[in-house]
Design a protein around this ligand. Structure first.
Ligand code: FAD
Length: 482
């Protein structure tokens, strides 16, 4: 058994963990960071399929259970999910922050600004977004819809179009680049390929973690004054439930919200070349109040082709049209709440999520708006992820698409933003951590990841998670300083 000693141990290096660890280390707190994944350096990146195998939990096969099952992928590497995300940066929406009943937006603002500065958040250049932007802009302009460039944390993009499989150029300022090196420089010890298997509890307080060094197979423990868990909103609650670390927190694992999303593709006469440039670079927030955001995505042929209709020669001829395809995403601010339970049969978590009718209708509304934009831009056909309507041949078919009763099970969906499964709040009956992100139940145990966000944000969450972690870790550092 190898033993480390520190004032703070931070587990996980994603949006929450890396930011928390860096804030602690830079405040002079002795910090050990434990991450089960590998630290990818520029020369380590292979094909996109290597990315799935090496950088994603379960090789990218993680899903929620329900009708339909929803693919929900997670990073497992230094940088966590930020290393494989699409780089979009949104500030936490003011209205949502007000509803939390915790720190006000004005109190969060300096932390938001610091996060944005560290990850170099800047609006994407339409030139970098490429052909997808061109056709979407044409359609939006015709309909009077405002298409805007997304703010993203990328500098000097080389337009490789593979943000979700790790950026070999280091252009995306994910936390493996923007926070972990700084934490290490400030004196933190980083243990990679080390999996935490349990929390050490002594005298009713968290006193460290224990686990396994995956490369060499030996056991280790980190003894620390405080434990900061940042395993993410699916893996984290499942871990705490499985190991019975929090026994009284009834809210733990409940209230899972995921921003269900889907992609809509369109075929054009012209060459779009959507794969050249930023996969996710533009958005429409005109229908945000209705719980619908449209965000630009473009997808590697291996994935885009699998969502197109047809088999055999039909699919082959469509696949050959890849350069003529454009794609755009729909994301729903969900009211559905799911639940996370411990994993079974070797999986890390079980996530139950049955999309409700309200959210299924929002999804239908969003897909219809994208189809309108595409037909206005001159698309020949639009391909939707809704069973029974996989191909729309003209704008006149949209009315039927919208008036036909919708069933969640008829969609092919993905989700990328699990939130809300260990919510922050004042009431221990309804929340798991307080507004300093310390658990109500176990002293010295903190959670600083997506699970503490009190539910759906309606926008991509990395900046919110980083902001909450930065605020909580700064306050914790003040407490730990002699
Ligand atoms: C494909 C994709 C695209 C996305 N695009 C965007 C985007 O454009 N903008 C945006 O805002 N958000 C995006 N997201 C979501 C965003 O990246 C996540 O919400 C955010 O990273 C979550 O942060 P976290 O700290 O909760 O967890 P994570 O970032 O997932 O970090 C958890 C870390 O804990 C580690 N870990 C877990 N268990 C253990 C253990 N037992 N021992 C040691 N380590 C462990 C994991 O390996 C991982 O590194 C995207 C997500 C995906 C999947």
């Amino acid at each position: 058994m190898k033993t480390y000693k520190a004032q703070a141990v931070v587990v996980g290096t994603g949006a929450g963990g890396a930011v928390a660890a860096d804030a602690l280390a830079r405040a002079g707190i002795e910090t050990v960071i434990v991450e089960e994944g590998k630290f990818f350096k520029p020369g380590d990146y292979g094909t996109v399929f290597d990315g799935f195998a090496g950088m994603y939990q379960g090789g990218g096969s993680t899903v929620t259970l329900g009708h339909p099952p929803i693919s929900i992928t997670l990073g497992r590497c230094v940088g966590g999910t930020t290393a494989i995300n699409s780089s979009t940066c949104f500030r936490p929406p003011r209205q949502k922050v007000a509803a939390w009943g915790g720190p006000s937006y004005d109190e969060l603002e300096p932390f938001i600004e610091e996060v944005e500065q560290r990850i170099q958040a800047t609006p994407a250049d339409p030139e970098t977004i490429g052909g997808n932007w061109r056709v979407l802009k044409r359609g939006c302009d015709k309909l009077g819809v405002e298409l805007k460039p997304l703010v993203h944390n990328i500098k000097d993009c080389k337009r490789r179009g593979r943000c979700q499989f790790g950026c070999p150029e280091g252009a995306k300022k994910s936390t493996d680049i923007s926070f972990i090196p700084s934490a290490v420089e400030a004196g933190a010890t980083l243990l990679t390929k080390h999996r935490v298997d349990g929390v050490i509890v002594e005298n009713g307080r968290a006193a460290g973690v224990r686990g396994t060094a995956l490369e060499h197979g030996y056991a280790f423990e980190v003894r620390a004054d405080v434990v900061v868990l940042c395993l993410g909103a699916l893996t984290g609650p499942a871990f705490l439930l499985q190991h019975k670390i929090l026994k009284k927190s009834r809210a733990l694992g409940r209230g899972l919200q995921i921003h269900p999303a889907c992609r809509v593709a369109a075929e054009f006469e012209e060459v779009v070349d959507g794969h050249v440039g930023l996969p996710q670079g533009a958005f429409v927030d005109q229908w945000k109040a209705r719980g619908v955001m449209l965000e630009g995505i473009f997808i590697h042929p291996g994935f885009l082709i699998t969502m197109l209709p047809g088999v055999g020669p039909d699919l082959k001829s469509l696949a050959l049209r890849y350069p003529h395809l454009s794609a755009f995403g729909v994301m729903v601010d969900d009211t559905t709440e799911g639940r996370v339970l411990p994993g079974r049969w070797g999986t890390r978590f079980t996530a139950l999520y049955q999309m409700n009718r309200e959210d299924a209708e929002k999804m239908r509304f969003g897909i219809a708006r994208v189809a309108e934009i595409y037909f206005a831009a001159g698309a020949r056909r639009v391909f939707t992820p809704r069973f029974g309507f996989t191909t729309l041949n003209s704008a006149s078919e949209i009315a039927k698409f919208e008036s036909t009763r919708v069933k969640a099970a008829h969609y092919e969906l993905g989700a990328f933003h699990p939130l809300g499964t260990a919510r922050m709040g004042a009431d221990p009956k309804k929340s798991v951590v307080n507004f300093d992100l310390e658990t109500h139940e176990l002293k010295n145990l903190y959670i600083m990841d997506g699970s503490v966000v009190p539910g759906s944000l309606g926008v991509n969450p990395q900046v919110t998670i980083m902001t909450l972690a930065l605020r909580a870790a700064s306050r914790l550092a003040d407490k730990l300083k002699p």
